[in-house]
Design a protein around this ligand. Sequence first.
Ligand code: CP
Ligand code: NVA
Length: 321
Amino acid sequence: MTGQLRHMLRDDDISHDEQREVLELGMRFRKDRFYHRPFDGPQAVAVLFDKPSTRTRSSFSVGVAELGGYPLVIDKAGSQLGRGEPVADTARVLTRMTSAIVWRTFGQERVEEMAKYATVPVVNALTDQFHPCQVLADFLTLAQLRGGVDALEGMSIAYLGDAANNMANSYLLGGATAGMHVRISGPNGYLPDARIVADAERIAATTGGSVLVTTDPAEAVSGVDCVFTDTWVSMGEESEYAIRSKPFRAYQVNDELMALAKPNALFQHCLPAYRGKEVTTSVIDGPQTAVWDEAENRLHAQKALLTWLIGKQRGDESLLS
Ligand code: CP
Ligand code: NVA
């Protein structure tokens, strides 16, 4: 097999089978954190942040170190990128010194530009549009707690709240890729872009999944295996706090809505969570919550993703499964 440069910029950058490979690798890392050390030496992975982070920062830092590499964590304030150096120039420099570039930033076009000029894999660690690493961790959590990677196909999931944000988009594309029945629910004005829904529907048609976008939260959660939510005010939207608190109230994940899902349904939230806003304490701290496994799974899923991307680039089959 010849090497192939691959990136993870949005959830549909990997196919159904490739997503399964990454998640199976993630399950192996869950069992044995040190079973692969693909970097095997002092190779650096650049981890760039234009926005705050706790989980992504810690999971990539620890994960790269556990893979045998060196995490080179650079914050916006401490980089020339933050002073306006072109993304293309940053890519040309980092690509000569690192084995992969992981970036949390604003517009999706910025990670696309990085990938255009990098000759190492580029990973989206959250943009305004997508958060694919989170969805891999969330699906790994479902695999962990509900019967393995094989069990994902045909599962029903619901996401409630800000249905126009990065998490909603990533559940649409990632869920459709997995062959899930994805239901997204939020108020009018905060529903997903029609182009992303169309992309998800096109993928779902090939995987046996389906897509439903509805303003009715009860319809969305009815009989699902897992209910997801996220903050109503994403990073960069802080000035909209007052106008955003009202329209989402009917989409708060509370005991009444959870009662409409399957009796053993799980609750997940990418975190940070705002108790009393998008979720009640009774749900996020209650018996159905999976949020702490979900947070830990960021580590395993991203180690799997980096290992898989490096395996693809090297053409090394042994790293892919
Ligand atoms: N879920 C998530 O990405 O968390 P951080 O913002 O803390 O990285
Ligand atoms: N939608 C949230 C996710 C945080 C991990 C944000 O972008 O701030």
